[in-house]
Design a protein. Structure first.
Length: 662
């Protein structure tokens, strides 16, 4: 016979939909918390609760010190009692021993235990709900409308709630309290009050899930949904394809007498749904996407720069139907196919084709070939202009004429595109692969020019170089780019360097220059090294490691010296203490040089532009001013050392200078 504890335990697990282990751990934590509060002990002493799952009897065990005679039952246990549980126990050991519940372990302790149990169970319940609905992201849920405040609808899902934001609600739908609503789970967020479930009624994948539920052929994989275009509450288009031979994808989605699609339309409150068959031939696919309008011809213009455009020719009486109310049909067809669609009537396109033959030199041969047909087309167009009736055979002549002209124009465009592709390939041969990985923002271009290039979708230096090599005028034609800006781009392309570190290279990096590369295996151990062509001989023998470090310092000094501009007038020299016997590390030297080159004296006046383009650079870069022209590293022959020269403002005393390098 089960005890009352076991029965209550099972009832809680069933009611809360929680695992038994979670409830058992919550109960143990509650008993430990109640015991600590009852006997007033700190968290330093380990306490644990044990529950017999057969009888439900709980017991409290605490960590105690083994002593000869226990003076404090809360923290000590006698050695005799300890050895009953642990035969190897010795004096001074810490062992777990059962504690006797205190006399006041009653109502207050029970209330504490109850609060802890409820808190732990709420936390476990929230975690279980979050895990449950996190797995259901992208699926449909059904709930009951509970309230609506500030445009946000709260939907009850049983043990939790979901919110339907205003921007995810179908225009025109009204949500009344206690109404049943089906929605698509977009996102599940973890909050302190439990999971926050965000649902949507406008997401296009909601229509996909409804089709999967209503159409068994889609669920089992014999029919596939290729694409969906949806304007919630108004109209949707779905392209489906058969993966199993002999299957009718459109018929499977519509169902017998439209029963399947009507069920979905009812769920979406009357939203119209067009189901079309997908085709690998893009011309056929676009023609079907424009249904219910009839299409006379589709001409695909896939331009690598301007994108994909489909010129669709429809009969004159089908033009408004193909475009749809406020362009809805054409807009949905463009979303469904991924092509920009330009819809024209037969008469309009025939007039443009005649104009192309007359104006474009590349079509002169075609005009001579179809001179008779061209004359006939002009006669038909004259009849149309005077509102005279035109027979279907004459419309067919116009369609054939349009097909010949458009196909010839597309062939000419393809030749030009082939030439442009060849130019692009030739340009890419001269562009390093690293250029396409170098972000445009890491260049020294002025902010104004960078913003203009970024707005034109240039993201890397390689893209800018490619366009510049093919046709610089395309960059010059961008808004905000003029002749001077084009010169800045040209200078950037000519001077930029792309460095890639090899595996076994010792690097010294500063904030001013890129890493100084010193291959460890290529450093020769010599008794001297040079700086700007001058030799400095150490006074004592050194190890190979020290010689490598000195070579690295020499390379660093030489590199830094080369980055400064030419010296200005009224220079004063300060000695740089870089003796041969210095024990300073390469990293410390690099950091010291970097500090000297990036930090100007506190009392120094604002930098005055002395070169062309400096004013523009300073105004756009703000505090990042180019101060390289103030200092220069040179070799002092008299003292045999590297010294730094820097610009001194007129009237400034020597003692006011701040040391560049200590």
């Amino acid at each position: 016979m089960k005890s009352e504890f076991i029965l209550a335990f099972n009832e809680i697990a069933e009611t809360r939909k929680l695992p038994r282990d979670v409830i058992l751990e919550a109960l143990k934590a509650a008993l430990v918390s109640a015991y600590r509060r009852a006997v007033n002990i700190g968290s330093a002493q380990a306490v644990e609760a044990r529950i017999d799952e057969r009888t439900g009897n709980p017991s409290i065990w605490a960590e105690k010190e083994v002593v000869d005679e226990a003076a404090n039952d809360l923290t000590e246990v006698s050695i005799d009692e300890a050895r009953e549980l642990y035969p190897d126990a010795q004096l001074g050991d810490l062992v777990f021993a059962e504690c006797t519940p205190p006399a006041n372990f009653g109502r207050i302790a029970a209330q504490t235990a109850k609060q802890v149990i409820l808190q732990r169970m709420r936390e476990a319940e929230r975690e279980a709900q979050y895990a449950e609905y996190q797995e259901r992201v992208g699926d449909l849920v059904t709930g009951t409308v509970q309230s609506s405040a500030a445009g946000v609808v709260t939907i009850g899902l049983g043990r939790t709630e979901a919110i339907l934001p205003r921007n995810q609600q179908v225009p025109g739908e009204r949500y009344r309290t206690h109404d049943k609503v089906r929605a698509y789970v977009m996102e599940v967020k973890k909050t302190s009050r439990g999971p926050q479930i965000v649902v949507s009624r406008t997401h296009r994948n909601m229509l996909r899930r409804l089709l999967e539920y209503e159409v068994p052929e889609i669920y089992n994989g014999s029919v596939d949904i290729k694409s969906i275009a949806r304007e919630p509450g108004a109209r949707s288009k779905v392209a489906v394809a058969a993966l199993q031979e002999g299957a009718d994808p459109v018929g499977a989605c519509v169902g017998m007498r439209g029963v399947r699609i009507q069920s979905i339309v009812k769920e979406l409150n009357g939203e119209k749904i067009d189901v079309i068959e997908w085709s690998p031939d893009q011309s056929v696919f676009i023609s079907k996407a424009l249904s219910p309008a009839r299409v006379s011809g589709v001409y695909l213009d896939d331009d690598p720069d301007e994108g994909r455009t489909a010129i669709v020719v429809v009969p004159d009486d089908q033009l408004s139907l193909a475009i749809g109310r406020e362009g809805q049909n054409a807009r949905l067809a463009a979303k469904l196919t991924g092509w920009r669609i330009d819809i024209k009537s037969i008469t309009e396109e025939a007039q443009e084709s005649v104009r192309h033959l007359e104006e474009e030199p590349g079509l002169s041969d075609l005009a001579d070939k179809i001179a008779d047909q061209l004359s006939q087309v002009r006669t038909i167009l004259e009849k149309r202009s005077t509102n005279k009736p035109v027979t279907p055979e004459e419309f067919q002549v116009l369609v054939q004429f349009i097909a010949k002209v458009e196909n010839s124009r597309l062939a000419l465009k393809e030749e030009d595109r082939a030439e442009r592709r060849a130019q692009r390939e030739a340009a890419r041969e001269h562009i390093p692969a690293l250029a396409y990985e170098h972000p445009l923002e890491d260049t020294d271009l002025p902010l104004r020019i960078y913003n203009a290039l970024a707005e034109a979708s240039f993201q890397s230096v390689g893209e800018v170089m490619e366009t510049y090599y093919i046709n610089p005028d395309r960059i010059k034609a961008l808004p905000g780019i003029g002749a001077s800006a084009l010169d800045s781009v040209s200078k950037m392309i000519e001077t930029i360097e792309f460095e890639q570190l090899e595996p076994e290279i010792a690097t010294v990096t500063t904030d001013v220059e890129a890493a100084v590369e010193v291959p460890a295996e290529s450093v020769e151990v010599e008794a001297e090294f040079t700086v700007d062509g001058h030799e400095e001989v150490p006074t004592e023998e050194i190890s190979e490691e020290e010689e490598i470090a000195r070579a690295q310092r020499a390379a660093l000094v030489a590199r830094m010296a080369g980055t400064f501009d030419q010296a200005v007038e009224e220079d004063e020299a300060e000695e740089v203490a870089i003796p041969a016997e210095s024990t300073e590390s390469v990293e410390e030297l690099a950091a010291r040089l970097a500090r000297g080159m990036t930090q100007a004296p506190a009392d120094e006046e604002e930098f005055e532009p002395d070169g062309e383009g400096d004013e523009e650079r300073i105004s756009e870069r703000g505090s990042k001013k180019d101060k390289r022209g103030r200092r220069q590293l040179i070799f002092d022959e008299e003292h045999g050392r590297v010294v730094a020269k820097k610009k001194r403002k007129p009237g400034r005393a020597r003692e006011e200078w701040e040391d560049y390098i200590d």
